[in-house]
Design a protein around this ligand. Structure first.
Ligand SMILES: [Zn+2]
Length: 213
């Protein structure tokens, strides 16, 4: 995984005005296999994109005090290229989904493995953000304020004392749901050891889910 915090580490050494952006996307996981490009016209590309704000949604969800619940879904035909987009998010009151990351995946390749690799990228990046991010020297910095206002809350502080997270980078997910995707259900069973619920909108046809970053 690319060290997306190396930019921040450089700040400590050089004290340049360079700084991680709160909203600029970073690659937090990738795999590109050109040999796959001839298989089913599907590009062998897998790129997980996120930013500081989106990763902090994990901490915000934990700090709410509610059980940590994640959702996942994938969509295709989003552009002329043979790729799709897969996303994993956390929910909040108001039936809102807040993305943690979006992955560019090969066309029609929604699979438990794609969800697993995306989730590992998210868990690793959040762990890195919570354990390696260092405050800059600015008197007022919106990025540092955003990170530490989440990190210093009791539930995230509790997480940072947990070996499952500190050593194994496992996030305490208790609930999972999605549409009718068997790929998602398989990922939940095999990676999270959880049974997947079906979201209200897909179960009833009553679309009330809102998306937010
Ligand atoms: Zn800063």
């Amino acid at each position: 995984m690319p060290d997306f915090l190396s930019h921040n580490a450089a700040l400590e050494v050089t004290d340049t005005p360079e700084h991680l952006s709160l909203h600029l996307p970073y690659v937090i996981g990738y795999s590109v296999d050109s040999s796959h490009q001839d298989i089913g016209k599907s590009a062998g590309i897998f790129i997980v994109l996120s930013n500081i704000w989106m990763l902090l949604n994990i901490g915000r969800a934990l700090n709410s005090g509610w059980p940590l619940q994640i959702q996942g879904d994938a969509t295709f035909k989003v552009c002329a290229e043979a790729v799709g987009v897969l996303g994993i998010g956390v929910n909040s009151l108001g039936a809102s989904n807040h993305w943690l990351a979006l992955a560019i995946i090969p066309e029609d390749r929604e699979s438990a493995e794609m969800y697993k690799q995306t989730w590992i990228s998210i868990s690793n990046a959040f762990h890195m953000l919570m354990t390696q991010y260092r405050k800059c020297h600015r008197a007022k910095c919106s990025v540092c304020e955003a990170v530490f206002s989440v990190k210093e809350q009791p539930h995230v502080q509790e997480l940072l004392q947990d070996d499952d997270f500190n050593i194994r980078r496992i996030l305490p997910v208790l609930l999972v749901d999605s549409d009718n995707s068997e790929a998602w259900r398989k990922f939940c069973r095999e990676v999270l050891n959880l049974p997947a619920d079906q979201c209200f909108a897909h179960l009833t046809g009553n679309i009330c889910l809102a998306f937010s970053f």
